[in-house]
Design a protein around this ligand. Structure first.
Ligand SMILES: *Cc1c(COP(=O)(O)O)cnc(C)c1O
Length: 371
């Protein structure tokens, strides 16, 4: 089946008793035993599994070309389940521009349990130098935040596989509509479902999808069930509902982002545009090779100082000043402010989550603000 069809059908289960076309939300925390002491409904207790979560995990696994998926109450909970599943002493290699929430998690919660190096994973020599006998996973995030750097997934997988190291990819920015890391050889994909999967900035969620049902995956399932950082049946329902339109929404985000990037690139007040769909992007050819589409996120730097940058954001009417991404509404953010005083992000950089408004309106808003 093709992606659009999977998105609509793989997360739905018609209700046999009521003949409801859309799967009902089952809020029950507990499920009745049969007379023989078994569980004919297939579920025992909602922390371990429930019908709405099972449907969500089914559609997530199929969209990413995986064999199984585990859903969580947030993207950070999903990332944390990966780290918690590793034996103490495991060494992790992660990008130096890893999503700051997960980087802080490693530094603040896993120091003394795991060891880690934050490096430029795109530099093969540096990567090779940091691989140790106890290296368990290489973490990839591509496109990266906020510079939209592209990492060659197949290249990292080849290096990792040769040494028996697993590869995990944070695929939040790309979504499975734009990039399918498991098909490129990665072992696990992580998502913040808060972003494009939810798509309407009104729910939090996370997911892990695996290429195989390994012992490692069994451990991740234990972290999910025993740790209990799970989404509610209501959240699962909302996600399944949103995922039905994911392929079409992402297509719209991509189309708008490409046009906005092209508009910004020729604007005299703009210094540089970072978008993998522009031939000027330093890793355009890698992006073209490994991505199915270039995504809905872009960053740009303006010709001017910090005040000029803030003035531009303050003049915008349609772009809301807020963090996060992947919703139908366009958001803009001054990343250096968010990341704090030790940030390496340029002061004149703005990150945009390109929404689904009409592109003419988005361009007009930005041209007025830049004027
Ligand atoms: C938002 C985000 C996360 C964390 O997800 P939450 O749902 O906020 O916990 C992880 N990685 C990336 C790339 C993100 O954008």
């Amino acid at each position: 089946m093709k992606t659009e069809t999977i998105a609509i059908h793989a997360g739905n289960k018609k209700d046999e008793a009521s003949r409801a076309v859309i799967q009902p939300i089952i809020m029950s925390t507990t499920f009745e035993r049969g007379e023989a002491g078994d569980f004919p409904g297939g579920h025992i207790y909602s922390r371990s599994s429930n019908p709405n979560r099972a449907s969500l995990e089914n559609v997530l696994a199929k969209l990413e070309n995986g064999v199984d998926a585990a859903s969580f109450s947030s993207g950070n909970a999903a990332g944390m389940a990966v780290f918690q599943s590793l034996p103490p002493g495991t060494h992790i290699i992660a990008p130096d521009d890893m999503y700051h929430g997960l980087r802080n998690q490693l530094k603040n919660l896993f120091a003394g349990i795991l060891t880690f190096d934050f490096i430029d994973v795109n530099d093969t020599e540096v990567l090779q130098q940091h691989i140790k006998p106890e290296t368990g996973i290489i973490w990839i995030e591509t496109p990266s935040n906020p510079l939209l750097k592209i990492t060659d997934i197949k290249k990292i997988v080849a290096i990792a596989k040769a040494k028996g190291i697993k590869v995990a990819v944070d695929n939040t920015f790309a979504t499975p509509i734009c990039q399918q890391p498991l098909s490129l050889g990665a072992d696990i994909v992580m998502h913040s479902a808060t972003k494009y999967f939810g798509g309407h900035s009104d729910l939090m969620g996370g997911a892990l999808i695996t290429a195989e049902k390994s012992d490692w995956w069994a451990k991740i399932r234990q972290v999910q069930e025993m740790g209990g950082a799970i989404p509610s049946p209501m959240d699962c329902y909302m996600l399944v509902r949103s995922i039905k339109t994911l392929p079409y929404r992402v297509r719209g985000h991509v189309q708008n982002a490409q046009l906005l990037a092209e508009f910004l690139e020729q604007h005299p007040k703009v210094e540089k545009v970072m978008y993998p769909g522009l031939p000027s992007h330093p890793q355009y050819h890698i992006a073209k090779d490994q991505m199915l589409a270039f995504g809905g996120m872009l960053s740009f730097t303006i010709k001017g100082d910090r005040d000029d940058t803030h003035n531009i954001i303050n003049k915008l009417q349609l772009f809301t000043r807020a963090t996060s991404l992947g919703g139908v509404e366009s958001l803009i953010e001054h990343r250096a402010t968010v990341e704090g005083p030790d940030t390496k992000t340029p002061f004149n950089l703005l990150r945009v989550s390109v929404g689904l408004e009409h592109i003419d309106d988005l361009i007009e808003d930005l041209s007025l603000a830049l004027a």
